[in-house]
Design a protein around this ligand. Sequence first.
Ligand code: HEC
Ligand code: HEC
Ligand code: HEC
Ligand code: HEC
Ligand code: HEC
Length: 407
Amino acid sequence: VTQRLLLPGVSTSVLARAADGTAVSVLAGAAGKDDNFLDLVDASLFERDDIIALDQDTAAEEYFQVRFVDGNRLWFSSTNSSEPATGLRFDHAAGALVLEVILLEGTEGVHYSLNAITGKITELQELGTGVAIVVSYTTDFVVPGSYPPALNNSPDLDESTGDWTGKDLVDGTYQVGIWGHQEATFSMFGEDSEYIISSTSATQDVLVGFATTLEPYDLISSAENCYSCHQDILFHDERDRGFETCLLCHGTAGAEDLPRSVAASAPETSGVSVSFRTLLHRIHRGKTLANAAGFTTVGAGDDPYPDNFSLNTYEQIAFPAMPGATKHCAKCHGDTNTAWMTPADRDHPTQQILPTQTWTNVCIGCHDASAAVAHMQSQTSPFGAEACAICHDQGEEYAVELVHETR
Ligand code: HEC
Ligand code: HEC
Ligand code: HEC
Ligand code: HEC
Ligand code: HEC
């Protein structure tokens, strides 16, 4: 009974629970809201694409589709795609029932009618008394009360990287963006050529909650800085264009590379962040990384499932600012920008337990040598507090702007 967006090609589907499947188990431990996986006592009977009912006949009953069985762990869909559902809506206790079920899709006009304006679904045939109905629909976006799971979220990156999955929404300035792309096929001499072109995005800063003052984005002074080297910035099969578009996803913390729930044959890259704070530094440090050949990100690929992934390394990239290459922080950040000299505080105001390691997450992007990593770890307390500012803050002996001074 929710308003539905009337977009062409976006259809509602109504499925009724018809029978129990053969796979059944129980949760090995508690599962929390926004988790994108379940750990079972025994997952051996479950397979990709199974529909499961979790905690049936309780207030926390919910339905998911399995995308990947990883030992005794069932993963749901990637949070970087819209279907099927991702992230638990409720908390579940250890021992909760996980049961495979069979759902049958009804036909509009035969089994049910849909009033698309009000979103009301009316049975035309009895679907069964007490039978669970699972509905897939599109609706207006409602600002959630808490942060949804980060892109490709997994437990590998926790709140110490700034991941706020599941925490209460904080009042402040948020950015909304919209962009689109067009695809065309050109056929000549029996050959088809595919062309894709996308727009840059239109963005708008909006105030959320009780915030009263817009705080414009200021970590990079202008996207023009990127265009002093790049003629254009196009990525993901040319469907995303312009730095502002990238930031709508890559500006968020906790985002990870392509998971095995999307491409089962992909290697496990534990904790690889695709947040630009870490990744964009690392990409441009490229061939001068200590571990240049070893750093790999998993991205989307063109082959069919389960080989639909690509492996990307950056060992061929040289940052063309000489001498010193990536020491030229201002090449990207801007000549008058100071955001790169001291990372801003990024702790959640009320629900942070482990502090965000604002320094390490940035510096480690370029300083990946084991001695440098050990130095950063040894300057972090067992509870996650960083000592970096004592020596590397503005005005200190090893201030970031001093140690990166270039001729
Ligand atoms: C001083 C020049 C310079 C600046 C400034 C610069 N880049 Fe780059 N960038 C390069 C070079 C050179 C490469 C490697 C060659 C290539 O892929 O174009 C590269 C590669 C990349 C890649 C990797 C592409 C791939 O194939 O994986 C991305 C993404 C990227 N840059 C984005 C940006 C963004 C966003 C900015 C601004 C915040 C920026 N760059 C600023 C020179 C620069
Ligand atoms: C809608 C969200 C979204 C947008 C917009 C977006 N990305 Fe990504 N990007 C991701 C996700 C998620 C991944 C992790 C791999 C995956 O799931 O495909 C990723 C992976 C990457 C990677 C590393 C892996 C690979 O595929 O090479 C690079 C580099 C990258 N993106 C660059 C960009 C650039 C440059 C832009 C802007 C032109 C951009 N992205 C826009 C979500 C996005
Ligand atoms: C290739 C472009 C590029 C270069 C070169 C670069 N940065 Fe960055 N930097 C970025 C981007 C992009 C972000 C993250 C933007 C975001 O997530 O909103 C960032 C974020 C940061 C942040 C985080 C700010 C905060 O408040 O969290 C710090 C600190 C930083 N950079 C330091 C440096 C230092 C130091 C250098 C030079 C040694 C440097 N950067 C060079 C592109 C660059
Ligand atoms: C965009 C890449 C980049 C980022 C991000 C970056 N650095 Fe550097 N840094 C360099 C380069 C390049 C040098 C020159 C020496 C080298 O090539 O290792 C350097 C040198 C240094 C040095 C001098 C010691 C030495 O090895 O010469 C210190 C100290 C340092 N960085 C601290 C930091 C700290 C602290 C941060 C995080 C706030 C940071 N760096 C982030 C690229 C970066
Ligand atoms: C007690 C002072 C002190 C503290 C605290 C400190 N550092 Fe350093 N750091 C140094 C000194 C000294 C160097 C070496 C400078 C040089 O070689 O010019 C260094 C070097 C570095 C380098 C460059 C390593 C390389 O050679 O590639 C990075 C990156 C760095 N520190 C990051 C951090 C981070 C992140 C923290 C906090 C978690 C931190 N430091 C805390 C003093 C400190």
